[in-house]
Design a protein around this ligand. Structure first.
Ligand SMILES: [Zn+2]
Ligand SMILES: [Zn+2]
Length: 448
């Protein structure tokens, strides 16, 4: 049995090792900021991760879900495995001052700080030599492709058999890279321009699926003989009205968000539109509410096709499942982060309408996805950057490392408690079959 003061001594030793490596942690955070790459293309970023892990003395597996990297620090006793995660990918924000001039990629969501924090935690836990005191393993995981972007490119990867899903954690779950992991923690950056307080947590966030929709009508001269055409744009407009008419059936507590756009409205102005394309996400707080709203969207699309006598093709693609943050992990986050900031700086945020693929993982194991300050600007905008190196890069490293010590120190009592009190929503197999079942392309013929 280990006393609280011994755990505190261990955490102090880990934090001292992180302080000693501060410059290297800041350096890799800034280096990745200056070399942003989009999801499933993060080769240079992965190379930097591998070099850092090697310098620390950890072996790794690489090429996981294209670019992912995984290293394991083994504790002195057997016990649960805790993953500390960082995301590798950037976004496309071409007017960001530190964007890649060729691809327009920019780290406008702070994922570079997640990688620095995860690697800093690895450095602290290894170099302090405390692993012998842990009961269980710590996995350091650099995860590709969290942002749900370049959908066409990623669907090509799926069709070529290079991936099975469109985001990194989904793909790692499918590949079995989480099979030896019992719980996972990551820290997302935030900024005083976005959220109050220095650190905090929303209990949950929305899940979603995506739809590519194509109404297929019939072209005809729009002036001379419109009666011989079938107007796909009118069908699409009717579909948008029918989708809007569903909104009063969405329950407030489900936080449903359906936000379609028209991506193609026709070909030429003097031709009755024969092909009109829409895209939409369907988001909600629970997986069942996503499916219910998606069913209503499909019904609206079919109804519009019947009304105009045209066809509609609906390609449905799995997005993220809703995030459920584990309350026991949340307590450990708060108590450790409070030693770096102050407990007054902690905030409980409301349920978020946004989405992350940490949500997928949270359906099958305990997961924590809190936020910590250090950036300035607004997520996904050109002004976003890490402004405070210690809060943005070093504090997440210390918090992650201290959480690992709390979880696996003292014979892993805390980690075992997290596991015993956690009820997964579904098994990995149920997760995979549920998400695979979302992939569908259906053509509905309303011409009869
Ligand atoms: Zn983002
Ligand atoms: Zn992000």
């Amino acid at each position: 049995m280990v006393s609280m003061s011994e755990l505190l001594t261990t955490k102090n030793q880990v934090c001292a090792a992180i302080d000693a490596g501060r410059d290297a942690i800041v350096e890799i955070g800034e280096a990745i900021m200056d070399a942003p790459e989009l999801g499933f293309k993060e080769y240079r970023s992965a190379d930097r991760v591998k070099k850092f892990l090697s310098d620390v003395g950890l072996e790794y597996e690489d090429g996981l879900a294209v670019t992912g990297v995984k290293a394991v620090l083994r504790g002195g006793q057997p016990g649960p495995t805790v993953a500390l995660m960082g995301e590798l990918d950037a976004l496309q924000v071409p007017d960001h001052p530190r964007a890649d001039p060729e691809t327009g990629a920019a780290h406008a969501c702070g994922h570079n700080a997640q990688i620095a924090g995860m690697l800093g935690a690895a450095m602290g836990l290894v170099r302090s030599g405390v692993a012998d005191r842990l009961a269980g393993n710590v996995v350091f995981l650099a995860v590709p492709a969290e942002e749900y972007v370049e959908i066409g490119y990623r669907l090509q990867l799926v069709k070529q058999g290079k991936t099975s899903f469109l985001t990194g954690k989904q793909e790692l779950i499918q590949r079995g890279d989480f099979d030896d992991i019992d719980m996972a923690v990551m820290i997302h950056s935030t900024s005083p321009d976005v959220s109050d307080g220095s650190m905090g947590l929303a209990p949950s966030s929305n899940g979603f699926l995506a739809k590519n929709i194509r109404f297929i009508g019939k072209a005809s001269h729009a002036g001379a003989c419109p009666e011989r055409g079938i107007n796909a744009l009118n069908a699409a407009q009717l579909a948008l009205s029918a989708i809007n008419a569903q909104r009063e059936t969405f329950r407030d507590e489900d936080c449903v968000r359906v936000h379609p756009i028209i991506t193609k409205g026709g070909d030429l102005v003097n031709i009755i539109p024969a092909e009109v394309c829409l895209e939409t996400y369907v988001r909600a707080k629970t997986a069942d509410a996503v499916l219910d709203a998606a069913h209503k969207v499909d019904r609206a699309l079919k109804g519009a096709a019947i009304a105009l006598g045209c066809q509609v093709e609906v390609e449905t693609v799995p997005g993220n499942l809703p995030l459920r943050n584990d309350p026991r992990l949340a307590e450990l986050f708060r108590s450790n982060a409070a030693t770096l900031f102050s407990d007054d700086e902690y905030r409980d945020y409301p349920h978020s309408g946004g989405s992350t693929d940490a949500g997928d993982l949270s359906q099958i194991m305990p997961v924590l996805h809190p936020v910590m300050t250090g950036a300035r600007g607004v997520h996904h905008q050109a002004d976003w950057h890490i402004a405070d190196m210690d809060a943005g890069y070093v504090a997440p490293a210390k918090t992650l490392a201290m959480m690992a010590v709390d979880l696996l120190g003292n014979a892993a009592q805390q980690a075992r408690r997290v596991l015993s009190e956690h009820k997964p929503v579904m098994s990995k197999d149920e997760y995979l079959s549920r998400q695979h079942a979302v992939f569908q392309t259906q053509t509905f013929d309303g011409r009869s």
